[in-house]
Design a protein around this ligand. Sequence first.
Ligand code: SF4
Length: 78
Amino acid sequence: MAGLFIDVEVDDQIRDQADIAQKLEDACPVDIYRNADGHVEIVEDNLDECVLCELCMNAAPKGTVRVKKLYDGGVLQS
Ligand code: SF4
């Protein structure tokens, strides 16, 4: 389930990559990503804490992470 203001999408191709899961966990300042035994997990309770810093997009391969601003329809993508 999405947050009220923010949703995050992660491509299937990186979902099970442990190194990227860890990079995302390390990158996000508000803990939206968790490395769950090598899988990318989205912490839904934290979605609306997103500060639109784009660090997650820089931590993952280009185009594999999208942050959707549900309040204005905008999408942040690397
Ligand atoms: S844009 Fe920043 S705060 Fe939002 S999910 Fe990505 S790393 Fe976390």
